[in-house]
Ligand binder design. Structure first.
Ligand code: 5GP
Ligand code: ZN
Length: 113
């Protein structure tokens, strides 16, 4: 956990382009955007991945989805957006702190490949 990039971003030890913060989560723009709007929302608690969710710690996920819905209105994402969670090696996860990507303002293909 001490070496976790996103824990360091939450703590302000590594700079980020912050979009939103509350007691439970932190939202910031992705350093390598894959769409005109691309931000990440992470729980402030260190949870390694979606595979580490339990009945005890999963409440923050519902909170994050409500925050995303509010941010989408503030950012004018009325045409829609995609929420992505990459889980584990085969899922393409590169940072071991649970995070949800929000991508918008371009037409996103499905299936993603
Ligand atoms: P993953 O591949 O784990 O689902 O997504 C990790 C995301 O974190 C990637 O989209 C990557 O661009 C982003 N990222 C990696 N390092 C940093 C950083 O230092 N700052 C920010 N803002 N995003 C980062
Ligand atoms: Zn962490």
């Amino acid at each position: 956990m001490e070496d976790c990039l996103f824990c360091k971003i939450i703590a302000g030890e590594i700079p980020s382009n912050k979009l939103y913060e509350d007691e439970l989560c932190y939202a910031f723009y992705d350093i390598d955007p894959q769409a005109p709007v691309h931000f990440l929302v992470v729980p402030k608690t260190h949870i390694k991945s979606a595979d580490e969710l339990t009945e005890e710690n999963a409440g923050v996920v519902a909170h994050i989805f409500v925050v995303i819905s509010k941010l989408s209105k503030e950012l004018g994402l009325e045409n829609g957006y995609r929420i992505v969670n990459n889980c584990g090696q085969d899922g393409g996860q590169t940072v071991g702190h649970l995070h949800f990507h929000v991508l918008a303002k371009r037409c996103l293909a499905w299936p993603p490949g």
